[in-house]
Design a protein around this ligand. Structure first.
Ligand code: G6P
Length: 472
């Protein structure tokens, strides 16, 4: 029976070693939940990195543990992690795609060499597992070369590719020395998906200018093959988030949080540690608010959760220090004996704790400088089962195209973000409910199952069309 192979840099679980014992922990990010419905059914599998360098003598043990969960590991060496993951993926592609390229970005040829080598490692593992008739769905910027590597060996196989981060404008993208090779890599897929129509536009513009390859509407012609490019905004498991809010322990925890902050309005933010998330800008906006509006001193709390991420990459370490310092400054300046403006947590929290926070928060502040989609904004909406609460959302997040009933802000405009927080805190209940209801309906309808379904259906259609053209 033909199967679907999901491929992403990370597996949905990561290996953690404790007293020489390997334990499996869920990986960060929404992809695992989203694709759970796919890889856990039939004979489907998920191929990816287990998040740790594994010694040769223990690889069989790891593979055995993962096999029971339909997961197949790709092992990376320490050098791969340094050069492919920290180097090319997170020090070149991530900043350029989020518009953070600067004249000082170093494009190290050795990073590029490892990027190619690791993409080939993934290809080798896939080729060992794929059979005629299978469908391969590759995810994200760490694996841009992979579609073409598979296509070379299996010309007829069905390949979908999805980019979870923004695709930058041609002016930004063309800075990358290996811009043509990366595009050719992606064009090995039959269907290429992005979160927004702007990403589609930018990608098509780079393809037609850099390669150059003929582009007509959203179809790219590459020799005999036609590649379709479309936007598929990713959703979340809305029922899961709504359901969590009804669990007794979550209700109890949310009540406790409300009790602790009963004299305060609670503003929540949750992000991975990343400069693209606008964490420092958010703190600036809060500082400005407290400075200009002393009447809010003692009245509001920013509950800020930052989930540790990539903290071995220098830019991330630096950001971590800057956040610590800024939070320290604000708290030192404004705190009183029984009130602290910023409750800052640098750690991962369980999904139940997140749910309690989503339930308890009056406002959720999501202000990335640039974000492919941003699932936190959708999780907050799905958790507001009473239809109250206000979402303040950056225009630069893909989610802002759908969640138009949020208070939308330009995250670079600190004054606007500050004003949006005040507007959110003072929004009448009826208006909160009107906006939240609209957003909840949208998040419920365009959920993650819908996303998987429309992508897979489209991939099948594209493949059928291609085959019928070839037999003509
Ligand atoms: C973003 C990326 C994912 C990545 C995740 C966590 O959501 O789009 O591809 O897996 O961040 O980052 P990490 O570097 O820890 O895998």
């Amino acid at each position: 029976m033909p199967k679907t192979i999901i491929v992403a840099n990370r597996l949905p679980v990561k290996i953690q070693e404790n007293n020489n014992e390997f334990n499996l922990m869920p990986s960060e990010g929404g992809l695992a939940t989203g694709l759970g419905s796919v890889y856990k059914t039939d004979n489907n599998i998920w191929i990816g990195w287990p998040g740790q360098v594994i010694a040769d003598e223990r690889k069989d043990e790891v593979a055995g543990k993962l096999k029971d969960l339909s997961l197949v590991p790709v092992y990376l060496t320490q050098e791969d992690v340094l050069e492919f993951y920290e180097g090319f993926s997170n020090d070149v592609l991530w900043p350029v795609f989020h518009y953070y390229a600067s004249t000082y970005t170093t494009y190290k040829p050795s990073n590029w060499d490892y990027y190619q080598t690791v993409n080939q490692k993934f290809a080798d593992v896939i080729l060992q597992h794929c059979e005629p008739g299978d469908t391969i769905w590759i995810h994200d910027y760490q694996l841009l070369l992979l579609p073409a590597l598979i296509r070379k060996q299996r010309p007829d196989i069905s390949i979908g590719f999805f980019l979870h981060i923004p695709f930058p404008s041609h002016e930004m993208y063309r800075l990358i020395p290996w811009r043509a090779e990366l595009l050719r890599g992606m064009l090995g897929a039959d269907l290429i998906g992005f979160h927004t129509f702007d990403d589609v536009r930018h990608f098509l513009s780079s393809v037609s200018r850099i390669l150059p390859t003929p582009v007509s509407s959203n179809v790219i012609t590459c020799g005999e093959r036609s590649i379709v490019v479309e936007s598929f905004p990713m959703g979340i498991d809305e029922q899961k988030y709504a359901g969590l809010t009804r669990l007794p322990e979550v209700i109890e925890h949310a009540d406790q949080i409300r009790e602790i902050y009963k004299n305060n309005r609670l503003i929540l933010s949750i992000d991975r540690l990343d400069y693209s998330k606008g964490i420092l800008q958010r703190l600036q906006a809060l500082e400005l608010l407290l400075e200009e509006h002393p009447e809010y001193v003692g009245q509001l709390t920013l509950y800020m959760v930052v989930v540790p991420s990539r903290d071995t990459v220098p830019q991330y370490m630096h950001l971590h220090d800057q956040i610590d310092k800024k939070v320290g400054n604000i708290n030192a300046k404004y705190r009183t004996i029984d009130w602290t403006p910023v409750s800052y947590y640098y750690r991962s929290l369980s999904i139940e704790t997140l749910s309690a926070l989503y339930s308890a928060a009056d406002v959720c502040l999501v202000n990335p400088m640039r974000d492919g989609m941003n699932l936190v904004s959708k999780e907050y909406v799905a958790s507001r089962t009473n239809n109250d609460g206000v979402l303040v959302l950056s225009e630069m997040a893909g989610a802002s195209r759908e969640l138009i009933d949020a208070i939308l802000v330009n995250p670079n405009n600190v004054i606007q973000v500050k004003d949006a927080i005040i507007e959110a805190l003072n929004m009448p209940l009826e208006e909160q409910q009107r906006r939240m209801k609209q957003m909840r309906q949208l998040v419920a309808k365009f959920n993650v199952n819908h996303w998987v379904q429309i992508f897979m259906e489209r991939l099948n259609e594209v493949k059928l069309l291609q085959r019928s053209m070839q037999t003509r």
